[in-house]
Design a protein around this ligand. Structure first.
Ligand SMILES: O=P(O)(O)OC[C@H]1O[C@H](O[C@H]2O[C@H](CO)[C@@H](O)[C@H](O)[C@H]2O)[C@H](O)[C@@H](O)[C@@H]1O
Length: 286
């Protein structure tokens, strides 16, 4: 899938989705923004991918675009694999005029941070995470996984291979052993862009998005993502569409992941393209 860049109207050009379903989703959003839910992934979608996860930050135009858009729609939500408070920090989302009602659903929706209260709600930690954390160094040593980096995420542990000599080879070599380790302790492996995360089962971005959209009685849902962990959210938009709620699937395009492009209604060039779309929407809805 992809897009072309016809003017959506003569007054404020919006990209035109490549699919009829996507065009219906965008039309519904523009026609009735007060019932629209805008849901966005963080890394690779609002923030450029960088080698060190600690250094990732929202695109410089992301917060202004979100702050301009949020007051015009029912909800803006960031749905991320990051711990919610890490996304809030790296995104610069706290205390921003216009983002008073932002919601950040972290750990694939297991955590919820509300800008309105500044509070975080989260389940009890899964005991398997501590067990995995204890066994991981020896497993990585045995695997000879030079250049890999462990990201401690609190409710999960992620093994990054982006800085290995051959990132894709390291990813493939570790996938089996890490899947076995996770399974022994009741966890699952969430694969992403040069990362294998060992995390509790039972929640994903699709469940999170469906709960959020249905809870608000959404009339339209836009979801933008870039990675495999976003596919359940794509499924959720398809589910909502089947129920009669229009939606728009946006892919933040990259060369690393192709699965989303095939399903998206609209592909934009990475976080800069996502942010430009959000800004154009905010202008259109003014
Ligand atoms: O759901 P997301 O917001 O997309 O988070 C998914 C993972 O993103 C982070 O890793 C990715 O971004 C890093 C920084 O750009 C990059 O170095 C890494 O290769 C990417 O996989 C984050 O570190 C993970 O914890 C998230 O689960």
């Amino acid at each position: 899938m992809g897009s072309h860049t016809d003017a959506h109207t003569s007054t404020d050009p919006l990209p035109t989705p490549a699919t009829a379903a996507g065009r219906a989703g965008l039309d519904a959003l523009v026609a009735d923004p007060g019932r629209a839910v805008i849901a966005l992934d963080f890394d690779g979608t609002l923030a450029e991918i960088v080698p060190d996860p600690d250094q990732a930050r929202a695109h410089p135009d992301a917060v202004p675009a979100l702050a301009a858009l949020a007051p015009k729609v029912a909800s803006v939500a960031v749905i991320t694999g990051r711990p919610a408070e890490v996304a809030v920090h790296h995104g610069g989302f706290a205390g921003v005029p216009g983002l008073e009602h932002l919601v950040v659903l972290g750990h694939y929706g297991a955590e919820r941070w509300d800008a309105a209260t500044g509070t975080l709600s989260a389940p009890a930690p899964h005991p398997g995470v501590a067990a995995v954390r204890a066994e991981l160094p020896a497993l990585l040593e045995r695997a000879g996984a030079e250049g890999t980096r462990v990201e401690e995420k609190g409710r999960s542990v992620a093994v990054h291979t982006r800085r290995a000599t051959d990132p894709q080879a390291a990813f493939e070599a570790l996938r089996g052993p890490l899947t076995g380790l996770a399974a022994r302790h009741g966890l699952i492996v969430e694969p992403g862009r040069m990362v294998l995360e060992l995390r509790p089962p039972g929640m994903d971005k699709g469940v999170a998005l469906l709960d959020h959209a249905r809870g608000l009685g959404a009339g339209t849902v836009l979801y933008a993502g870039d990675d495999l962990g976003d596919l359940p959210a794509y499924d959720a938009v398809d589910t909502l569409r089947a129920e009669g709620t229009p939606g728009l699937l946006v892919c933040s395009g990259s060369d690393e992941v192709t699965e989303l492009k095939r399903r998206a209604d609209l592909e934009v060039p990475g976080p800069a393209g996502v942010v430009a779309l959000l800004a154009a929407l905010a202008r259109r809805l003014a």
